[in-house]
Design a binder for this molecule. Structure first.
Ligand SMILES: C[C@H](O)[C@@H](O)[C@@H](O)[C@H](O)C(=O)O
Ligand SMILES: [Mg+2]
Length: 438
């Protein structure tokens, strides 16, 4: 490891025209083209680190630009220097005296930080010859804690408390790891009910998913109440009373509107309403949580929650009943470790956001770590799965019987096939040139 020095940071804008078929559509993102700012860290050895952050099309070029700005902080560093003081390196990126002005720790610069740090973690895991979840699960708790920046969260979680959580979960780790390798981690699907899908599509996809063994389904809502009632009723009938239904409004409503709307959908017994309102409205989420508790409906959020400080307040305010970590929205593994440990302290289940392109590949590692080393529980826990674009990855996710199979290849699973990258590079890739001609 001492010899591995980062000598080049390559970043590319890669987009998939998913909007053509309404894949990924919701009440706010009506035409998403699943995209990534794709980072490759080249080193002075054979090893490379691959990382990405997820976007939905236009604007990816801005994230690419932000990655380029951050790359000056990475170039010339050795992996040993970085991992020897990962907290310091995290701060270097997130608190650079000039660049922090365009954050701090939020928005485009935070997405760029995620892409770069995801690539560093990938490089570290590859250097150790382990999949990332295993690197984390095997890591000494003191070392693991040393990767986290506790600034701004010590009023909710101190280093000592974080360490205690990890130490307390040590017994049974081996058994849980074996269980994961045998059975996998439970997943739910969002692939059946994007907002732009017709009822016919919804019925077909849902029936297929049931036949494949899926038992938990998420439906997009929020644009039109009558449509939502019809679609939720259809899905509830298809999946029966015992399977699980979740609904997702992608920030469409005001607070009172959210309560009113979801109350109308309560008869379909959703487990949660996801992103009912602005992702920044902590007190609004708290009000919605309180109003919906009598119906047995929880509030879930996190895919656009931009840092640990926001998660801290959501937890302190009892504003969330499900914490949806995202592998690309916050500062990579470092910040997600802080969020996972805070969720454990507040006893709120982590149910990661995935899907998009590459998000399933990445976040499976984090939720496996959560189960093996932190929460030790599967109660009310599941990881999102969306069945798009996995064929573009060197080590795609493997789903068996609606469970994520722990990845075995070294790294963080987000290396893309070079051919796919070239074809989908925006705007010069073949796929985009063809679309332009039409
Ligand atoms: C634009 C995207 O597809 C979102 O709709 C998606 O990430 C969604 O919120 C989800 O929870 O999967
Ligand atoms: Mg969502």
């Amino acid at each position: 490891m001492p010899g591995i020095k980062i000598i080049n940071v390559k970043v590319r804008d890669v987009r998939f025209p998913t909007s053509l078929e309404q894949h990924g559509s919701d009440a706010m993102h009506t035409d998403p083209d699943y995209s990534v700012a794709y980072v490759v860290l080249e080193t002075d050895t054979e090893l490379k680190g691959y990382g990405l952050t997820f976007t939905v099309g236009r604007g990816t070029e801005i994230v690419v630009c932000a990655v380029k700005a951050l790359s000056t902080l990475v170039l010339g560093k050795t992996l040993e220097e970085i991992t020897g003081d990962f907290r310091g390196f995290y701060r270097l990126l997130s608190s650079d005296g000039q660049m922090r002005w365009i954050g701090p720790e939020k928005g485009v610069i935070q997405l760029a930080t995620a892409a770069v740090l995801n690539a560093v973690w990938d490089l570290w895991a590859r250097a150790e010859g382990k999949p990332l979840w295993k690197l984390l699960a095997d890591m000494d708790p003191v070392k693991l804690i040393s990767c986290i920046d506790f600034r701004y969260i010590t009023d909710a979680l101190t280093e000592q408390e974080a360490l205690d959580i990890l130490v307390k979960a040590k017994p049974g780790k081996k058994t849980r790891e074996e269980q994961m390798l045998r059975d996998g981690y439970p997943a739910y699907t969002t692939s059946c009910a994007w907002l732009g899908y017709t009822d016919l599509q919804l019925t077909q996809l849902c029936s297929e998913a049931l036949a494949q063994g899926w038992t938990k389904f998420k439906v997009k809502v929020g644009a039109d109440l009558q449509d939502d009632i019809r679609r939720c009723s259809l899905i509830r009938k298809l999946i029966g009373p015992d399977n699980t239904l979740m609904i997702d409004a992608n920030q469409r409503w005001d607070v009172n509107e959210a309560v009113h709307w979801v109350t109308k959908l309560a008869e379909f017994r959703p487990l949660w309403i996801e992103e009912p309102t602005s992702p920044d409205d902590i007190l609004g989420h708290a009000s919605i949580s309180k109003a919906l508790a009598p119906f047995g409906i929880g509030v879930a959020s996190g895919e656009q929650c931009h840092n640990r400080v926001m998660f801290k307040q959501f937890l302190q305010a009892s504003a969330l009943q499900f914490v949806q970590i995202d592998s690309c929205r916050v500062g990579s593994v470092n910040e997600n470790l802080a969020i996972i440990l805070m969720a454990a302290k507040f006893n709120v289940p982590v149910c990661p956001h995935a899907g998009g392109v590459g998000l399933c590949e990445l976040v499976q590692h984090l939720i496996l770590f959560d189960y093996i080393s932190v929460s030790a529980s599967l109660s009310n826990r599941m990881c999102e799965y969306v069945d798009h674009l996995h064929e573009h990855f060197r080590s795609p996710t493997i789903i068996r019987n609606a469970h994520y199979t722990p990845p075995s290849d070294p790294g963080f699973s987000c290396e893309m096939l070079e051919e796919s990258v070239q074809k989908h590079q925006f705007p010069e890739g073949e796929v985009w040139r063809d679309i332009e001609k039409q």
